[in-house]
Design a protein around this ligand. Sequence first.
Ligand code: ZN
Length: 61
Amino acid sequence: MANPKRKLSRSKRDSRRAQWISKLKNPNFSSCPNCGETKLPHRACPKCGYYKGQKLFEAEE
Ligand SMILES: [Zn+2]
């Protein structure tokens, strides 16, 4: 049976879990540089339609 060569130290294990928990609590959201609205990363802002400084579509009100 495959076994890990070295046991992960308590601090290593715990710091990994801490990252995971913070990701669960606040999943990745970035704010739009144009209007400041929270948006998904690598997606155009749903409010103003801007992505990477370019207007991709007209925003719906
Ligand atoms: Zn925006």
